[in-house]
Design a protein around this ligand. Structure first.
Ligand SMILES: Nc1ncnc2c1ncn2[C@@H]1O[C@H](COP(=O)(O)OP(=O)(O)OP(=O)(O)O)[C@@H](O)[C@H]1O
Ligand SMILES: O=P(O)(O)OC[C@H]1O[C@H](OP(=O)(O)OP(=O)(O)O)[C@H](O)[C@@H]1O
Length: 306
């Protein structure tokens, strides 16, 4: 296993830089660009160039198809990468990459889908021995071999690869069922398909090689992403309360570690700052008011570090 730099002289010199792979297009692309910007990695990418040197950190961004990133990281050609859990499982690289953190976007399910009418297919088991089309050959074979109770090379179900628009395969007569990613379900409904099983729930992940060349820098990136995810998950709630009611209010909103309490110029009163999960905010504010809190303010958190 060796981590490498690009050696072609027409390419930028990346020898002293951590190679960080991000999807070059597709569902994860916009979210990855926004993440890079929010964690302060600045770069200029020339048109049609798949390598961009960061201008403020010793990092080279490498734009690759999401489906290939796990293999590059597993093999040590790339130090750090963002891809989907589905891709790590499909490329069978889970033992060769370290998952640093889940990123909370690119959430969807890998499902077995079949025509919704007139085929009598109600479960994945009903497709055993039939024709399945997918871009996820390995996970699909694993699933049907398990259903058949035999090894992959002895299964009777025929699994065939297509590279995209998998949902078209049943309507065009190539397949009796398909295995593909589903988020809203709109694509499958439009193709007249319905879910009969879920193989995997996936989301995007930050991964690194198990023997990273730049462990300290990878740690810094991880910390920055963690801070960003925390900032997106919480808001800062501030309120004033009589000291005698403080304990009850702190039970309602205990914060991540503990609320910050400062005294007010008014006798017997304190001001409290506390982080509250966004999804619990209104409920928490109702309860804080019931506990005696007044002058409640909610502030967005631009960034955070635990
Ligand atoms: N509908 C979806 N909702 C959320 N995440 C998705 C969805 N489809 C795919 N993903 C995630 O994005 C990854 C890349 O999928 P995508 O379809 O964007 O691949 P691509 O082949 O690189 O792009 P394109 O389909 O534009 O050619 C998937 O492996 C999965 O982790
Ligand atoms: O459940 P939905 O919200 O409709 O999303 C599901 C679709 O998204 C993905 O494809 P994508 O649109 O990325 O393009 P692709 O078919 O070229 O892979 C996936 O392969 C489905 O086709």
């Amino acid at each position: 296993m060796s981590s490498s730099s690009f050696v072609n002289s027409s390419l930028p010199d990346t020898s002293d830089r951590m190679l960080f792979a991000v999807p070059k297009k597709g569902r994860l692309y916009d979210q990855c660009l926004s993440l890079l910007s929010n964690i302060g990695i600045e770069f200029n990418r020339k048109p049609r160039h798949d390598i961009a040197l960061a201008t403020n950190m010793p990092i080279a961004l490498v734009f690759l198809p999401a489906a290939d990133i796990a293999a590059y990281v597993a093999n040590g050609n790339i130090d750090l990468g963002i891809t989907g859990l589905d891709i790590i499982r499909e490329s069978q690289t889970e033992n060769d990459v370290a998952e640093l953190m889940r990123l909370g976007f690119g959430k969807c399910k890998l499902q077995v889908q079949a025509p919704a009418v007139n085929t009598g297919v109600a479960s994945a088991g009903d497709l055993v021995g039939k024709r399945i089309v997918t871009s996820f050959i390995n996970l699909t074979k694993e699933k049907f071999a398990e259903l058949e109770g035999v090894s992959v090379d002895r299964m009777s179900t025929q699994v065939r690869f297509v590279s995209g628009s998998v949902e078209a395969a049943c309507g065009l007569g190539l397949a009796d069922g398909i295995v593909d990613l589903v988020e809203s379900g709109d694509t499958m409904r439009a193709a007249g398909l319905h879910a009969v099983d879920t193989i995997l729930e996936t989301e995007s992940v930050l991964i690194t090689n198990k023997h990273p060349r730049f462990p300290k820098l990878a740690g810094v990136i991880k910390q920055r992403v963690e801070g960003l995810l925390t900032a997106r998950k919480y808001v800062l709630c501030q309120y004033n309360i009589a000291r005698e009611n403080l304990e009850a209010a702190c039970r309602v909103a205990p914060g991540r570690q503990a609320p910050t309490v400062t005294t007010l110029e008014q006798d017997g009163w304190v001001a409290v700052s506390v982080m509250v999960e966004k999804k619990m905010l209104n409920d928490t504010m109702d309860k804080l008011q019931e506990a005696g809190a007044i002058d409640l303010l909610v502030l967005q958190i631009a960034n955070a570090r635990a």
